[in-house]
Design a protein around this ligand. Sequence first.
Ligand SMILES: NC(=O)c1ccc[n+]([C@@H]2O[C@H](COP(=O)([O-])OP(=O)(O)OC[C@H]3O[C@@H](n4cnc5c(N)ncnc54)[C@H](OP(=O)(O)O)[C@@H]3O)[C@@H](O)[C@H]2O)c1
Length: 261
Amino acid sequence: MENSMTRYAMITGASSGLGLALAEALARRGRSLILVARQRDPLESIAVELTQRFGVEVLFRACDLGEPLRLSGFLLELEESERQIDLLVNCAGVRSHGHFLAQDWGHEQDLIELNILALTRLCHVLGNAMAVQGGGQILNVASLAAFQPTPWMSTYAASKAYVLHFSESLREELKKTGVKVSVLCPGPVRSSNRTVERLAHSSLPLSPEQVALQAVRALAKNRAIIIPGRRNRWLAAAGRFGSRWLVRKVSGLVAKAYAPH
Ligand SMILES: NC(=O)c1ccc[n+]([C@@H]2O[C@H](COP(=O)([O-])OP(=O)(O)OC[C@H]3O[C@@H](n4cnc5c(N)ncnc54)[C@H](OP(=O)(O)O)[C@@H]3O)[C@@H](O)[C@H]2O)c1
């Protein structure tokens, strides 16, 4: 990577779904981008397309963020490039759905490594760099599942509860550094084939583009918690104010109904 004074928005999980829609929404607003995901080919074609459509500089880096050593290498490379990143969007995330005991342990570990550890480490490294620069912004992607325990999605929902609480705490801690922190909590998004299949009969899902547009607008207003869709905001509130036993029963019934069989 070459050195320059351009300021970049770095988006993880930018090769598909919500991450891609967020990359497009930011490019549309003239932001220079650094896109990250594991597979190089989709990133390369997205970078070419966004540059052609919006005339912005788009760099990309293939990296498995769930592999701590690869993440270290990438972070070192970023530091040496001296590129200034003033917006970090932590969108890369994986799901796990079904009976906890039946899940493959390797996948559960990957989920924790990516959804929790990589996100936290990126906030630490880039948050420090932003504080030195005098400011910046971080958007962490959680989920509506962050607001309540969710049987049949136990690890996923717990990882997103971590993202929600961590982001809110960080927002307060970093106020005096000029680093603003927001957290995006989408409900179901029509972003992957499996999601589309599972939600085909549901009236809830928004498109990734709708979620990204609302997220980017709310980010500009420095909103703390961004929940796209009125019905989703109502559901998040119901999860917080309902009796806990009832909430976990209902969320478990819903999650089980959509679990892969
Ligand atoms: N879809 C929904 O209904 C929904 C609802 C609420 C919240 N969310 C959250 O929104 C985010 C995006 O979800 P999505 O449905 O849009 O996902 P998606 O379409 O499956 O995309 C996931 C992205 O993350 C990348 N990725 C996966 N593992 C990675 C790793 N180890 N290292 C680096 N990149 C990795 C993928 O690219 P590679 O495969 O090339 O690595 C891809 O770009 C996630 O955090 C998810 O939890 C989604």
